[in-house]
Design a protein around this ligand. Structure first.
Ligand code: PGA
Length: 246
């Protein structure tokens, strides 16, 4: 069985000083039996990666452009640049990107293609809203997101899927272990049936993962790690989550 993967999504948080302190502490204490990826705001990526000891972690960004490599696209960061900066992961289609920046499945699919062109690991996020869950259509919503957010040619190599119920992100509400088991099973079956090389795909759970609930979540079948927002900004909390993934 592959190692669990714990990803810290800092979102638009942190600065030079606090980010460095956080990375140093995580790098010095995280056990090698867990893959740990830190996704800071892109502007801090290289200075954080250059810190002493940071080589024991992997790094990623929170988004990338759907345009290829270089060009006149003001404000954009391409997957080629992310690769060149030394990162290895990119989070794509996070619900905040979908909600605030109108990112459609089609856009997420294009970005996934760009990430894979550069050999980056794409962490593709899916998840239903509260009203979709209450209407009982959560599994079909997630299947549809997967069908449309993964490019037709995608293989399981360098692919991570993050299931993040929108109603559980930053709200303190976590899905029940039964909800997580059901959805992770649905996602596992989907990737096994539809994609080439599905065996290396890790399926992460995200949404109010904390030190207190991490062990219980990691024990659920088909949970291969976590995508952590708020709790990834506090070294002790993030380390406790990493510890639970050992
Ligand atoms: P949260 O965020 O852990 O703060 O709920 C998770 C995420 O948005 O990836």
């Amino acid at each position: 069985m592959s190692k669990k993967l714990v990803v810290g999504n800092w979102k638009m948080n942190g600065d030079t000083k606090s980010g460095a302190a956080l990375v140093k502490e995580i790098a010095s204490k995280a056990p090698p039996s867990v893959d740990v990826c830190v996704c800071p705001p892109a502007i801090y990526l290289q200075s954080l990666m250059a810190l002493e000891g940071a080589g024991s972690l992997t790094f990623g960004t929170q988004d990338c452009s759907y345009h290829s490599r270089y060009g006149a696209y003001t404000g954009e960061i391409s997957s080629a640049m992310i690769k060149d900066a030394g990162a290895s992961y990119v989070i794509l289609g996070h619900s905040e990107r979908r909600q605030y920046y109108g990112e459609s499945n089609e856009v997420v699919s294009k970005k996934t293609l760009r990430a894979h062109e550069e050999g980056l690991n794409a962490i593709v996020c899916v998840g239903e809203t509260l009203s979709e869950r209450e209407a009982g259509i959560h599994t079909s919503v997630v299947i549809m997101q997967l069908m449309e957010s993964l490019p037709p040619s995608v293989s399981g190599v360098n692919l991570v899927v993050a299931y993040e119920p929108v109603w559980a992100i930053g709200t303190g509400k976590t899905a029940t272990t039964e909800d997580i088991r059901e959805m992770h099973g649905v996602i596992r079956r989907f990737v096994q049936e539809k994609l080439d090389n599905p065996d290396s795909i890790r399926i992460l759970y995200g949404g109010s993962v904390k030190a207190e609930n991490a062990a219980e979540i990691f024990a659920v079948e088909n949970v291969d790690g976590a995508l952590v927002g708020g709790a990834s900004l506090k070294a002790d909390q993030f380390l406790a989550i990493i510890d639970a993934a050992k």
